[in-house]
Design a protein around this ligand. Sequence first.
Ligand code: PGA
Length: 263
Amino acid sequence: MPDRRTPLISGNWKMHLNHFEALQTVQKLSYLLDGLLDGDESAAVEVSVHPPFTDLRTVQTAIETDRMDIVLGAQHCHWEEVGAFTGEVSPAMLAKLNVAYVIAGHSERRELFAETDEMVRRKAAAILAHGMTPIVCVGETLAEREAGSTEDKVTGQVRAALEGLAADAVGGLVVAYEPIWAIGTGRTASAEDAQAVCALVRATVADGWGQQPSATLRVQYGGSVKPGNAAELMSRPDIDGALVGGASLVSEDFAAIVRASRG
Ligand code: PGA
């Protein structure tokens, strides 16, 4: 069992920043994070950025040329390796660009592009099969929270997305708990509420796949994470990082969130 799960702070740029802006943003971020990501193991933090597809090659080149400690991520992919799927990008293509993390089942994909639990499951398996790590997003709507069905919704999404995966694969995964009512709204879940649902995600994994994977699985919180609330959220035992949207577009804010997440 690890003494400490290394927090993962992920910047989801969504449909923002063209490839020129992306280059500037990652360079500035790397400068601001200088010296923060290496060194003492007990304080280590991992940082990924998830640019739009058109920026991936540019950001990959910047990361590799300048030997940045930042890791490349993607926001989405198809589950098939190749084929007639107009507009889609395959996990094999992302792996070729040294993408390490791929978001699967973000609530915007589920709500705006009709992604189902079954599609998220297939994507998570395909991402793993190509040597990358899925960041599987789960979370309830405001109506579900008010109706008291947060627990059912989140456990159902976790079980559906991870169904069929081996315990050792599950242990290396990242699940992001993102209450939909907190995304882009400035409303953050309280640290207590976020901790409770992140603990529930871990318990669901323990129940379905065993104690070992539940101890190593990382659970991020996402939804209006800002420099001002990051430290409190990250101090909770079952919150192992953050999936950050809006604040990841401002390098100073994102760097401040990373700083707040160090052990
Ligand atoms: P937000 O987005 O930080 O802008 O609320 C989070 C997300 O959608 O991942």
